[in-house]
Every structure is written in structure tokens, then in C-alpha cells.
Design a protein around this ligand. Structure first.
Ligand code: FES
Length: 155
């Protein structure tokens, strides 16, 4: 898709949310859902529709960490780093996973297969460390289990 086509599509989406109360947030969710991330030209394209500045829209995008400014990997690996999982050893799992994948949080592998992110509580607190891979939940994840999970994603 060319930049012009993308701009046009984003403007159409913005117009569809323009009259909605607090329409910017639903619009950004719609953009994220459609493209998997918020393209760089989004803020400048949609800001006038909502009578906002580009900086204001950029501020909203960067404030909410669920909005991604880069394309995400095919599979999203999220490690819970909230308190209960910390008490169960998620910090060492985080470091192991980052080293194993050679990714930091918010990054995606060069082949576009895996994105690594943190998450704050998956509701599995007594069974941590907890991990979500796409829509699948894993509990009591140690380094060995994470190695298997990653192997399945990459094979
Ligand atoms: S603290 Fe990790 S699942 Fe709740």
C-alpha cells in the first residue's frame, strides 16, 4: 500500500469515528487492529479530523503502551511482570527470554516472527510466572518451558 493509499484509508477510518464521543481512542484501536500497529503518518493524518494537533495525537499514542508504533511479529510473547509473578521468579525468566530471543521488550525479531512484550497481570497470579503467547496462556513458566514455547513458535 502506498503512503497516499494509507493516508486515504486512515482518513476514512478517522471520519467514521469523528462524531463518536471520545472518538480518537476507538479510532486508534481500529487502526491498530487493522494494521497491527499505528503507522507513523497516522497522527498527522487524523489530527485535523478531531481538531487536535499532531503532537496531541502522538502524545495519546505514546502514552498507551498497547499502541505499537512498529509492525509486530506474527506471534506476540508477553511475560507478566506484576508483583505476584515477580515473587515467583519472572525477573530471571525475563532476562532468559530476552537473551534467548535477542530482543528487548517492544522489539520484534528480524524475520517478523516474534514480538516480545511485558504485561501486568494475566489473572494467573498464584501460578506464575505467567506468559501469554498470542491467545494462549502458560503458567509456571521456567527457562526450560520458555525454550519449548519458543521452539514451537520457530519450528
Ligand atoms: S501477577 Fe502475573 S498473572 Fe497476576
Amino acid at each position: 500500500m502506498s503512503d497516499d493509499q494509507l493516508k486515504h484509508a486512515l482518513a476514512e477510518l478517522a471520519m467514521a469515528h469523528r462524531d463518536q464521543l471520545g472518538g480518537l481512542m476507538p479510532l486508534l484501536h481500529a487502526v491498530q487492529k487493522q494494521y497491527g500497529y499505528i503507522p507513523e503518518i497516522c497522527a498527522a493524518t487524523v489530527a485535523p479530523v478531531f481538531r487536535l494537533s499532531t503532537a496531541e495525537v502522538d502524545g495519546v499514542i505514546s502514552f498507551y503502551h498497547q499502541f505499537k508504533s512498529r509492525p509486530q511479529g506474527k506471534h506476540r510473547v508477553q511475560i507478566c511482570r506484576a508483583e505476584a509473578c515477580q515473587a515467583n521468579g519472572c525477573r530471571s525468566l525475563e532476562q532468559f527470554s530476552k537473551d534467548h530471543l535477542q530482543l528487548d521488550y517492544g522489539e520484534s525479531s528480524d524475520d517478523g516472527l516474534i514480538s516480545l512484550d511485558s504485561v501486568y497481570c494475566l489473572g494467573l497470579c498464584s501460578h506464575g510466572p505467567a506468559v501469554r503467547v498470542d491467545d494462549e496462556l502458560y503458567v509456571q513458566v521456567d527457562n526450560e518451558k520458555m525454550t519449548r514455547i519458543i521452539r514451537e513458535l520457530t519450528s
